[in-house]
Design a protein around this ligand. Structure first.
Ligand code: QV4
Ligand code: CA
Length: 513
């Protein structure tokens, strides 16, 4: 190995935990929230690989509590009972089969790992868990791990209730119970070893990394002690010595004692400001305008781009949980949602995660959705329904499949095409009409004003006729959508009606006719 290669290797090795280890040119991941493993595997093979998706965030794969009041809430999966690979999404065999099949078509799997706690204190005792494994929450007894009361933080927590009461007290946030969830003593080598064993089992199955749940509630030093015990990724699919991708769930909207930056040494961190702010801008609330997006990213006091995991909505804030607020855009507001997702995927900031949801019966009382607990589409015995496909490639059985919406799926490809190209050729009308390009490879124009947009702009693109990937796409030398003609000087005219189904146009060099 020459010196340059050696340096590149060492550099790559050191920074491995920030890279999703996707195939080259694949830049986004998708969260298939609550999908069954058999459906994820099929989606990798039949859709994600062909449409340029880099990987999938899956719901927690370990054994969790089963709750009947409310009935089978989605959040039961955030209450671990053991580290057996057995959950509402499927059993261990199905899990291993999914990871293998997705990797075989070049789509990575990232496991959502819940390692800060076990189930809630009032979870009862018995075998009401995904694999009927016995536990006793009151006695803090989880024999299948095994954990006993020695392995929990009770002694270290100083609040009266034993729960987190004040988010400005770092010790409480990390050593007390998050909404009564039994808080693991992560400073104990024994506990660290059990968790590292669980994560290594997932690595052995072939996962490429982890979404680390509730990271704010764990001391970075304890997390480092756990992650330093991790194996390299499976050499069936990854080169020798590749470390797992790590992205940590820390909700830092500013104003709390715990900052995202405290976790940068371990891996990437979720940038929740991105989701909250983008929703506010696209909704034009609080005096925000699309024109202000000119310096989006670090210019908005977000974390460094190479540390950020970004999204328009996630499984919590789309239903009012964890930093949810009225500004968050979701599939329920589909027109504005597509605008926000298109902007995210066109803009270079951060590593992008697309949300894929299920529908539930929202029931608002005084602005709060009383059905925010509702679990995935399921049968009366509690088993999750399959993701079925309609003839028009949308999903049935209550699955929303935002990632299959033409406008979103085609922008995932746009991001792959423009990868590495600089942000440039910004234009705005001082209000809510904006446009920008990515070097010489792609350009997007959005009209979020209440009047028509009609401008000629420098796109930076080579001359030619391009197919708009929002209204359609290039299929061979045919375009199923609108066309945009770029002149020899790189300029093109953009007319976007404010009442268009999707008020935007996006073109890139792979959609040139
Ligand atoms: C309730 C009360 C407690 C009370 C207890 C008594 O709130 O004060 O002591 O009953 O039994 C569920 C219920 C919650 C209940 C708790 C324990 O909603 O009301 O406590 O269970 O029984 C998800 C849901 C939570 C859910 C949890 C466990 O969002 O509602 O709690 O799963 O099932 C913060 C964190 C951030 C977190 C976010 C939601 O900093 O880390 O809140 N986000 C992640 C996940 C999220 C998950 C968890 C963390 C917990 O993304 O989905 O919470 O693993 O911002
Ligand atoms: Ca904790």
């Amino acid at each position: 190995m020459n010196v340059v290669a050696l340096l590149a290797f060492l550099y790559g090795g050191c920074l491995a935990q920030y890279s999703p280890q996707t195939l080259p040119g694949r830049t986004s991941i998708v969260h298939l929230f609550e999908w069954r493993w058999v459906d994820v595997a099929a989606e990798c093979e039949h859709y994600l690989a062909a449409h340029g998706f880099g990987g999938v965030q899956i719901s927690p794969p370990n054994e969790h509590i089963v709750l009947n009041n409310p009935w089978r809430p989605w959040w039961e999966r955030y209450q671990p009972i053991s580290y057996k690979l057995c959950s509402r999404s499927g059993n261990e065999e199905e899990f291993r089969d999914m990871v293998t099949r997705c990797n075989n078509v070049g789509v990575r799997i990232y496991a959502d790992v819940v390692i800060n706690h076990m189930c809630g204190a009032s979870g009862g005792s018995g075998t009401h868990s995904a694999c009927r494994t016995y536990f006793n929450a009151g006695a803090e007894d989880f024999p299948a791990v095994p954990y006993s009361s020695w392995d929990f933080n009770d002694g270290r927590c100083k609040t009266k209730s034993g729960n987190i009461e004040n988010y400005n007290d770092i010790n409480q946030v990390r050593d007390c119970r998050l909404v009564s969830l039994l808080d693991l003593a992560l400073e104990k080598e024994y506990v660290q070893g059990k968790i590292a064993g669980y994560l290594n089992k997932l690595i052995d199955a072939g996962v490429a990394g982890f979404r680390v749940d509730a990271s704010k509630h764990m001391w970075p030093g304890d997390m480092e002690a756990i992650f330093s015990q991790l194996k390299s990724l499976d050499t069936r699919w990854f080169s020798n010595g590749t470390k797992p991708f790590i992205y940590q769930e820390v909700i830092d909207l500013g104003g709390e004692a715990i900052k995202s930056a405290q976790y940068f040494g371990i891996g990437r961190v979720t940038e929740f400001k991105y989701s909250a702010k983008l929703g506010t801008v696209v909704r034009k609330w609080s005096g925000e305008k699309m024109a202000y997006l000119r310096n989006w990213g670090e210019g908005w006091a977000f974390m460094p781009s190479d540390r950020a995991l970004v999204f328009v909505d996630n499984h919590d804030n789309q239903r009012g949980h964890g930093a949810g607020g009225a500004s968050i855009l979701t599939f329920w507001d589909s027109r504005l949602y597509k605008v926000a997702v298109a902007f995210m995927l066109a803009h270079p900031y951060g590593l992008t995660r697309v949300m894929s949801s299920f529908r539930w019966n929202r029931y608002f009382v005084n602005g709060k959705d009383l059905n925010d607990w509702m679990g995935p589409p399921s049968y009366s015995n509690g088993s999750t329904k399959a993701v079925t496909l309609n003839p028009d490639t949308t999903c049935g059985n209550g699955w929303v499949c935002e990632h299959r919406w033409r406008q979103i799926r085609n922008m995932v490809i746009f991001r792959n095409v423009v990868d590495g190209q600089p942000f440039g050729n910004w234009w705005d009308n001082g209000s809510n009409q904006i446009a920008f390009g990515r070097g010489t490879t792609g350009f997007i124009a959005i009209n979020n004003d209440d009047w028509n947009m009609d401008v000629t702009l420098q796109t930076g693109l080579p001359a030619g006729t391009y197919c708009d990937v929002i209204s359609g796409q290039r299929e061979g030398d045919r375009c199923t959508g609108l066309r945009v003609i770029v002149a020899a000087d790189g300029r093109a005219s953009f007319q976007i009606s404010n009442t268009a189904e999707d008020p935007m146009l996006a073109i890139h060099v792979d959609a040139k006719l």
